[in-house]
Design a binder for this molecule. Structure first.
Ligand code: SAH
Ligand code: ZN
Ligand code: ZN
Ligand code: ZN
Ligand code: ZN
Length: 518
């Protein structure tokens, strides 16, 4: 039986690369002899490789794992570059300077003093995003302040703090109440007792606010996030200052041990990882990190449970499905549309309003996950999962095929369901938006030019220079052929899903950004 997943193998949204024109950047595998990665203020950097069309080997370099904008972190070093002692010392000093002014322990001490203060003395500086103790007041006299900070406010820091808006690095998109409540109820219904929240501060706080219900035990939560401001509101055992692109704990071994103990408690029983990473980030480093957390959880398991998987909810846009499943083949995508608070366009998907493209990817069997019927989800007995109201079961595909919540149509030539706006194109030999530019802008693999794979999975990778040259010319020839077939140049909405052209890819990225940043 065809599963929704293998049918969408062509739905390749993220190339694992940031490319422009004929060159781009991919994550590189460190060689066996690799020295430890140099450090930037955000922990160990990642090794990237610049890829050029038709050429295989290029110079590799280290860059920041967390910041996609050089304005946020301009770390750059060639892999084979040797730095002078003076430059290393300067870098070390720079890294130190970039760390938050208060240590984790100091934050906790301040918090404990803060909650002892009478209400009238509990002030929060909006300008500095900081809880103030009476000694600090003088320095913030001219700033915007909030007075009488109540316990209720302290327990909802995601409402007190403004969401970070830095689009490229850590834009924060907070769950709408309905989505957040749905997640908490779901985690509770599934019987979880501990939730490792990676980049989900609002979920973390709602879990902590939720009183245990009848027969339901209290759920514990540990937040890992790069937003240091949260250190002010949580003790060491409920927040770790963390970078999810390189699995770096800013507060060292002690914080790592907090995370380990949390995962391994009760022999690893009853814990789930829930993550909602920034969508502009690369999937591969995230997957590497989650694998490290999985390994940490596994260490605490007894031998006979070694086949078990750590339950995970990975919240991400639906067009990353094939990319995520490449790293986690047991994951499936739920139809539930995740809504955000500070994103006007994608609040609830009512008629006339755009629907959220963000979904939950999970290794929990989908038949165990009940989606709210009052929001229009229904159970499909054939697929054994809840689906969107308009997602109709296709008898030819034997599956509810829609990815975006609209009704998709079956194309007998493509032998699969496609978006409602698409029509079958006899030149491309598959369905596409009516005014697409045929195969013209499809560039294919950087090494051999074939369309069905990327450079990183090219069977010719690692072949000799000479063979490479042949491949290069073949790639150029193929591209020329395709270009001459092309009819129109413009790229329009809808291309995004089944085309992996550079422009399409760029557009997709922009759209993902637009979704998140408008
Ligand atoms: N919807 C979630 C928030 C998701 S926004 C909620 O409501 O709880 C993405 C989150 O990931 C933010 O909290 C942001 O601070 C965090 N983040 C961004 N980059 C990160 C990184 N490199 N490491 C860890 N957390 C990161
Ligand atoms: Zn950095
Ligand atoms: Zn201030
Ligand atoms: Zn179909
Ligand atoms: Zn078709």
């Amino acid at each position: 039986m065809a599963t929704p997943r293998n049918r969408s193998a062509s739905v390749e949204a993220e190339a694992g690369a940031r490319r422009q024109g004929d060159s781009g950047v991919e994550l590189a595998l460190p060689s066996d002899t690799a020295a430890a990665a140099p450090l930037c203020p955000h922990g160990p950097t990642l090794l990237f490789v610049k890829v050029n069309r038709g050429k295989e080997e290029t110079r590799r370099f280290y860059a920041c794992s967390a910041c996609r904008d050089r304005k946020d972190c301009n770390f750059f070093q060639w892999e084979d570059e040797k730095l002078s002692g003076a430059r290393l010392a300067a870098r070390e000093a720079h890294n130190q300077r970039c760390q938050p002014p208060l240590s984790r322990t100091q934050c906790v001490e301040r918090y404990l003093r803060f909650i002892e203060l009478p209400l009238s003395q509990r002030k929060f500086c909006r300008s500095c995003q900081q809880l103030l103790l009476p000694d600090d007041w003088g320095d913030h006299r001219e700033h915007q302040m909030v007075g009488d900070v109540s316990v209720t406010q302290l327990r909802r820091p995601s409402q007190l703090l403004y969401p970070l808006e830095n689009k490229k690095t850590n834009a924060q998109y907070l769950f709408a109440d309905r989505t957040c409540q749905f997640l908490v109820d779901l985690l509770s219904a599934l019987g979880f007792r501990r939730v490792l929240c990676v980049g989900t501060p609002r979920l973390h706080e709602l879990i902590r606010l939720t009183e245990p219900g009848d027969k339901k035990p209290h759920i514990k939560s540990l937040l890992l996030d790069i937003d240091f401001r949260y250190s002010q509101f949580y003790m060491e055992d409920s927040f770790c200052y963390y970078n999810m692109f390189n699995h770096h704990f800013f507060d060292g071994k002690a914080a790592l041990e907090v995370c380990r103990a949390f995962l391994q408690e009760d022999k690893g029983e009853g814990v789930i990882l829930v993550t909602d990473p920034p969508f502009g980030g690369l999937v591969e480093p995230l997957a590497n990190t989650f694998k490290k957390l999985i390994a940490m959880w596994k260490e605490g398991q007894s031998q006979d449970e070694s086949h078990k998987e750590l339950p995970i909810f990975w919240i991400f846009p639906y067009f990353f499905e094939s990319r995520i499943c490449q790293f986690f083949p047991s994951f499936c995508m739920l139809d539930y549309q995740v809504d955000y608070d500070n994103h006007a366009l994608y609040k609830h998907g009512k008629k006339g309003r755009k629907q959220s493209p963000v979904r939950i990817f999970t290794n929990i069997p989908p038949n165990k996950i009940i989606l709210p019927t009052e929001e229009g989800y229904r159970f499909c007995p054939l697929c054994q999962r809840y689906v969107s109201l308009e997602n109709q079961h296709c008898e030819h595909c034997d599956s509810c095929t829609s990815k975006d919540g609209r009704k998709w149509n079956h194309c007998f030539l493509c032998k699969k369901c496609v978006k409602p706006s698409w029509i079958h194109c006899s030149i491309c030999n598959h369905c596409a938006v009516p005014d697409h530019s045929c195969e013209g802008t499809k560039d294919g693999c950087f090494i051999c030019g074939e369309l069905d794979h990327k450079r990183s999975t090219c069977p010719n990778i690692g072949t000799s220079k000479k063979a490479n040259n042949t491949l290069f010319f073949r790639a150029v020839r193929k591209q020329k052929q395709r270009k001459s077939n092309k009819m129109k140049m413009e790229t329009t909405e809808g291309r995004s899903m089944n085309h992996t052209s550079v422009t399409g890819r760029k557009k997709r990225r922009e759209r993902a950004h637009q979704y998140l940043c408008s």
